[in-house]
Each structure stands twice: as C-alpha cells, then as structure tokens.
Design a protein around this ligand. Structure first.
Ligand code: HEM
Length: 322
C-alpha cells in the first residue's frame, strides 16, 4: 500500500487510503458493448498510473489520486476467470416511504486532489483517452465545505476508521485471496431539500444526524424513540464486532439551479456491510423507523463497483488486451 511518500512522488492509482481532499470528481461511465471499446478502456486503465504522474507531478503538494472501480456487468465481459466474491449489482431498496434506486455504471473514477484544476485536467485527459468507447452517465464535482461539513451543515466523515482500522475496514484481506488489496465501493448521488431542512429546529436536526451541529459531539441515542443516522449506519454483529466503512462524501451544487447535494461514496472490505447500512437506513430499525435524513435527501443514483488493487487492475488490462 502507498502512503509513505505522498509529498515526494505521485500517488499510486487504487490507493484507497489516499488523503481526503478539498476537491473531487466522481465520474461514472458505461462502456460500449464492443471488443474495440473494451480494448480501448483497458488500455486506458493500464495507463492510469502514468496519467496520475502526468498531471499530479505538476504540483505534488496537491496530492492528485485516482481510484477506478469496475461494475459487475463489465466484469463479466472480461476474459478473467475470477470474480470478487461479493461483487453483485446494486439492488434497489424499497422502504415504506423512500426508495434507493439502482442505476447503471460500468466504471467509476474517483479523482481527488487539493486543487480542483488538477481533478479537472485529469478528467479531461482521461475522457479524451476513453473517447467514444464510453458514455458518461454521471459526473459530479465536489468541494470541501468549511470544516468538512455537508450541505445539511454537519461535519461529515468524523467516524471514519484511522490507522490500522482503515485497511481492516476498507480493504479486502485473505478471505478473498485473489482480490487482496481491493475494495467494494458504493456510490449514491443525493439531492437535498434545503428549504425544508432549514425549517427543522437544530435540536431535531441533531437528533436526526446523531451529532451536535456546532461542535460535532456524538449523541447517545440508545433511549431515543427513533434511531439517528449515525446509529442506523452502525453495524454490529452477534458477537459484538463493529464493522466500519471508509467514506469520502463531498458536497456539490449549483445554487442558481436550486441544486444542493451530497455525493455519498463508501469503501468497504465486505460489500454486505454497506448493503446492511442501506437496509437499515431505508427499511428502518425497527422496520418503518427509517433514517429521517431521507425525508430531506433523495438519492438519484445507486451503483456498486469493485476497485481492484493496482496489480490486479494491470492484470485485468492485460487480459482484456489479449
Ligand atoms: C445524504 C447522504 C448522507 C449524509 C448527508 C450523511 C451525513 C453523515 C454525517 C453528518 C455523519 C456523522 C459524522 C460522521 O461520523 O461522519 C454520518 C455518519 C455516518 N454515515 Fe452518513 N450520510 C449520508 C449517507 C450515508 C449512507 C448512504 C451511508 C451508508 C450506506 C452512510 C454511512 C455512515 C456511517 C457508517 C457513519 C458513521 C457512523 C458511526 O458513528 O459509526 N451515510 N453521515
């Protein structure tokens, strides 16, 4: 894994542990169902490392990084006889009130940097290289908002795993020997109704999120009549073991269009963990007591990917070219 020399050399592609950034681009594309398109896509993926160097070296302190995720349909088109154990499509979730839709996506590019211009330049050259072999289905430019707040006004990302807990939560280990070092990724693009949210008194907002707004202190809601977002997103198994994921959500928006959003991205060692979080948010715990964040936030996309470790990505590229 990378992480030692981030100020001296460009960051290796597929570095799940690359630093959270001030700017990010989330790019989702589908790939044309032709052999030539596949070949083009995988030669571009093979060159991703060089592209990070080409753009990132121009300002190393901006810490440009890129993670490519591969969707299940594309995976099945590869001449690769193995598949990550849990990889499956994002299944639509229908709660009593809110629905999490499943939307198409063969490839995800998660591009991060301290500088939006580096994200832009990287995406520009990347899409130029992919050419007509792909169709862009979603493109979001996110920005860091004050002290890492989402547009609902809360600090977002605090409970992320750190140190050794980060790989233990976010990176596939020996349980899937062929895919060690990879990560399952789920993305959802949420749009908020900020007008309605602004009418909710702050103490109630805090109860919905599970943290205080100003100083970000966790609220114990064990005895509350309704669980908060934080509690619904906490997964503990029968043996008392807690399962975390790594999130790098980013706000985005166009105030002139009334668009205010959060781009959710979660990396996990086990896909079932993020799926279980979503079940608890949409179906509720107990059933019906869904996540009230959803009364003010509507998901417009929902897609699952697998981000293979760098050597596997290169092997995939070579297999596709053969
Ligand atoms: C509109 C979209 C969302 C917003 C605005 C949002 C915001 C937040 C905020 C403010 C926190 C508390 C601070 C923190 O620990 O980061 C939080 C915690 C968390 N969220 Fe979300 N979130 C969203 C969607 C999701 C989704 C879809 C998932 C998972 C599928 C998720 C998983 C988590 C987890 C695991 C935590 C940490 C819980 C803990 O304290 O252990 N969030 N989120």
């Amino acid at each position: 894994m990378s992480g030692k020399n981030w100020d001296r050399v460009p960051i290796d592609v597929q570095s799940i542990d690359a630093p959270l950034s001030r700017a990010a681009v989330f790019l989702v594309v589908t790939v044309a169902n032709e052999q030539t398109a596949l070949a083009k896509v995988f030669s571009t993926l093979d060159g991703l490392d060089d592209l990070v160097k080409t753009v990132g070296f121009r300002d190393l302190s901006a810490r440009l990084s890129c993670i490519a995720g591969i969707g299940v349909d594309l995976w099945d088109h590869l001449h690769f006889d193995k598949r990550p154990r849990e990889l499956r499509p994002f299944a639509q979730i229908e709660g009593a009130v809110h629905v999490a839709p499943s939307t198409p996506g063969d490839l995800l590019f998660h591009i991060r940097s301290e500088r939006p211009d580096l994200c832009f330049e990287f995406e520009r050259i990347l899409l130029d290289s992919l050419g007509t072999s792909v169709t862009v289905v979603d493109e979001v430019s996110g920005f860091r908002y004050f002290d890492a707040r989402d547009l609902l006004g809360f600090v977002d990302g605090t409970a992320n795993p750190t140190g050794l807990d980060l790989p233990a939560s976010a990176i596939v280990g020996d349980e899937d020997a062929d895919f060690v070092g990879g990560s399952y990724v789920i993305v959802q693009k949420y749009l908020h109704d900020l007008r309605a949210w602004a009418e909710v008194p702050t103490p109630l907002q805090e109860g919905i999120i599970g943290r205080t707004k100003l100083d970000n202190i966790e609220i114990d809601d064990d005895d509350a009549p309704r669980k908060s977002h934080k509690s619904l997103a906490t997964i503990v198994d029968a043996g008392g073991i807690e399962y975390d994921i790594l999130r790098d959500n980013m706000p985005f928006g166009r105030p002139g269009q009334g668009e205010f959003g959060t781009y959710f991205i979660g990396y996990s060692r086990y896909l079932w963990v993020i799926e279980k979080m979503l079940q608890r948010m949409y179906i509720g715990d107990p059933r019906g007591a869904y996540d009230r964040i959803l009364d003010f936030s509507t998901p417009h996309t929902g897609t699952t990917f697998f981000a293979p470790a760098r050597p596997i990505l290169q092997a995939l590229a070579r297999a596709a070219a053969a």
